[in-house]
Design a protein around this ligand. Structure first.
Ligand code: GSH
Length: 215
């Protein structure tokens, strides 16, 4: 089987979710850099051939192009077994947390970071403040959850952990959040994830060049 090809770039925590899963599973894959900031994913030929939703990541697998990190993680776990939920109850829990992640945990954190660091124009401070409020609400309840168990759905890491870990390792000057101080249980969980064989920082795992935050 040829290795999976992950269309990605190093600022994309959504791509990192899939890359980290593959690396920690010891599954062969290769990165394909998307020139996201050059507008590649907005071009109609990219959208027609890669992802009509216009989003990274895209995983090429067996001639198919899979998208949506949560759907890709579920597909990979079902195929390979690594970090898979063990039964119907665990599958439900993993899906519940991945939907929460996509809607509230990753999304507000990623959008605020994008506006602050990479958007061409300085964002409205009221927008950044609104997003930070949403981040604080989602992170506080996740911190409480992780204070009572080591991983998202229990005692061992599953695809749900890879989903929530997408943006956790980007530095504070990008995210505006000091995780160790503000959310100690999330920080401790991120350290547990870091100790998995195959773990790498997103800037070391994914293609593209580092871009210093614009502001
Ligand atoms: N729910 C999607 C989110 C993907 C996503 O938002 N990707 C960003 C890059 S990290 C993107 O391509 N954004 C383009 C846009 O929002 O138009 C996933 O988990 O794959």
């Amino acid at each position: 089987m040829p290795p999976y090809r992950l269309h990605s770039f190093c600022q994309s925590g959504n791509a990192y979710k899939v890359a980290l899963y593959l690396n920690c599973s010891g599954i062969a894959w290769e990165p394909v850099e998307v020139d996201f900031f050059g507008g590649e994913a907005r071009k109609s030929d990219w959208r027609d051939s890669m992802n009509k939703m216009g989003e990274v990541p895209v995983l090429e697998a067996d001639g198919r192009r899979l998208t949506q990190s949560g759907a890709i993680l579920t597909w990979l776990a079902e195929r390979h077994g690594n970090f898979a939920p063990a039964n119907a109850d665990e599958r439900y829990e993993a899906l519940r947390w991945m939907l929460f992640d996509n809607h509230k945990f990753t999304s507000n954190y990623a959008v605020r970071r994008f506006l602050k660091c990479f958007a061409p124009n300085a964002p409205d401070p009221a927008v950044l403040a609104f997003l930070m409020q949403r981040i604080e609400a989602a992170f506080a309840l996740t911190d409480k959850h992780l204070a009572s168990q080591p991983f998202i759905i229990g005692k061992r890491p599953t695809i749900a952990d890879f989903s929530l870990a997408g943006y956790i390792y980007y530095p504070e000057d990008e995210t505006g959040v000091d995780l160790a101080r503000a959310y100690p249980a999330i920080h401790a969980w991120s350290e547990r994830m870091k100790s998995l064989p195959g773990w790498k920082h997103p800037y070391d795992l994914l293609p593209g060049r580092y871009i210093a935050p614009a502001r």
